[in-house]
Design a protein around this ligand. Structure first.
Ligand code: EPZ
Length: 420
């Protein structure tokens, strides 16, 4: 297995190009199941989760190619409708094939994703919504068995909780359903917006894009002609590198980034003392020498994103004073805390609230990544720790960050990937 070795106390300087968004790519790859033609997708991030989903589609009979950020998917010869446990267990977002396969073929079997490190992660809301659309769902031997022999029917659906992949799944199911679906309490993340925009451009009339109420006019199983499109920039990758600049007090410019997707993140960094120059597709951060303590509560978009919580917790160890970080979405998303404490951070946990006392000197040591965003928090801490930090189990990191060590090396970080 690989691990990252990072020398601390390094100032960074230069420009980082942001890759396409992993969490936009996954539903958009699943969306190709709804297409009659070969779909060309540009600006695809080179991360493990994308390869996993492309492998899943190939196992179902799709023709997938991925080279230099360009993905081609042809699902016209898709024959299988069963997403098996061996793949789904490695990536719970595989649940995103459920809606499209069921809508197109009238039946689908998907292994229950099971929980993951950060929480139980149920899919009950996805299933309840599909039942409302006329699907028959039962759970047998760890598999979701869904059938809708007469096709799915549009209806009024209201999500009890805001769910990002739940919204994507139902939007895609509704795209091929008969009649109109009104989805209330829908997720408004930019990744969901892009999925709706591409479907809308492919003949599925969708109203309310970007709002919490989506109206989807289904094509009644008429497959879609999907034109080439490019994945939006990854706002979480971008936010992670902004935190890298802030924690090392370095001026960094991000390229190919959409600042409008990072409103809550940028305003929190401003509260902590950073200043910004922003253009159409770049963000330059000018961090303050002294970092101010902060209060953060994670919520759904456009509020502060849970996927940036770990990174800000690492940053808060360098802030002067006491920061309070509340995690409202997932029940177990503080596993980076114990690893940061081993580096010398002063953090106390009380339920889903972390209290961080700064500023503490961190010292390099061996640490273990536990999940995707926790891994990036350890990288940030290692950049300012005294001495060398070895971050193990970085297969978590490789799921969602494209060429992280290369991008950081290009701005002066002393970071390298070694073999255990
Ligand atoms: C998406 O996960 C993202 N993943 C996550 O990013 C992100 O943390 C999360 O949204 C929240 O923003 C992808 O887009 C691939 P949810 P998702 O359904 O859709 C509960 C990363 O780091 N819920 O919005 O699985 C759930 O337990 C990953 O890139 C139900 O109760 O999250 C959670 O408490 C990690 N029943 C809340 O809703 C359901 O049927 C939000 O979950 C579905 C969800």
């Amino acid at each position: 297995m690989d691990y990252l070795q990072i020398e601390g106390i390094k100032n960074l300087n230069g420009r980082i190009t942001i890759s396409g968004a992993k969490n936009a790519s996954l539903p958009l790859i699943a969306m190709t199941i709804l297409a009659k033609n070969q779909v060309s997708i540009k600006n695809m991030p080179d991360v493990v989760d994308i390869k996993t989903l492309l492998k899943l589609l190939s196992n179902l009979g799709a023709q997938c190619t991925f080279n230099k950020k360009n993905v081609l998917v042809d699902t016209s010869k898709l024959t299988e409708t069963k997403a098996t446990y061996d793949i789904v267990k490695t990536m719970r977002a595989s649940i995103l094939v459920l809606g499209p396969i069921l809508a197109r073929f009238g039946h689908c079997e998907v292994s229950l994703p099971g929980g993951c490190a950060i929480g139980q992660r149920p899919v009950d809301l996805h299933l309840k919504a599909l039942e409302q659309m006329g699907a028959k769902i039962n759970i047998e031997a760890g598999y979701i068995q869904a059938s809708a022999p007469k096709g799915l029917k549009g209806c009024e659906i209201s999500f009890d909780k805001i769910t990002v992949t739940g919204t994507a799944n139902i939007v895609m199911a509704a795209a091929l359903a008969k009649g109109k679906t009104v989805l209330t309490n829908a997720a408004r993340e930019p990744e969901v917006v892009q999925l709706c925009e591409i479907l809308n451009a492919s003949g599925v009339k969708i109203e309310g894009i970007g709002t919490a109420i989506l109206t989807i006019h289904g094509t009644n199983k008429e497959l879609l002609d999907i034109q080439e499109f490019s994945i939006i920039p990854d706002r979480i990758e971008a936010g992670t590198y902004l935190c890298a600049a802030a924690i090392t007090r370095s001026v960094i410019t991000l390229e190919k980034v959409k600042a409008s997707h990072l409103g809550a993140v940028i305003s929190k960094l401003e509260e902590m003392g950073s200043k910004f120059d922003i253009t159409e597709d770049t963000i330059t951060i000018h961090p303050s020498k002294k970092i101010k303590a902060i209060k953060i509560t994670t919520q759904e978009y456009p509020a502060f994103p849970t996927d940036m919580q770990a990174q800000f917790l690492a940053l808060a160890t360098q802030a002067e004073g006491t920061s309070i970080i509340e995690e409202r979405l997932f029940e177990n998303r503080f596993m980076h805390v114990s690893e940061l404490q081993r580096m010398g951070a002063s953090i106390s946990l009380n339920g889903n609230i972390a209290t961080v006392n700064g500023k503490t000197e961190l010292s390099g040591t061996d640490v273990m990544a536990t999940d995707l965003r926790a891994s990036s928090a350890l990288v940030l801490a290692a950049l300012v720790a005294e001495g060398t930090t070895n971050i193990h189990r970085i297969y978590h990191l490789d799921r969602g960050y494209d060429s992280l060590e290369k991008k950081l090396q290009n701005v002066g970080a002393k970071i390298k990937r070694l073999k255990e």
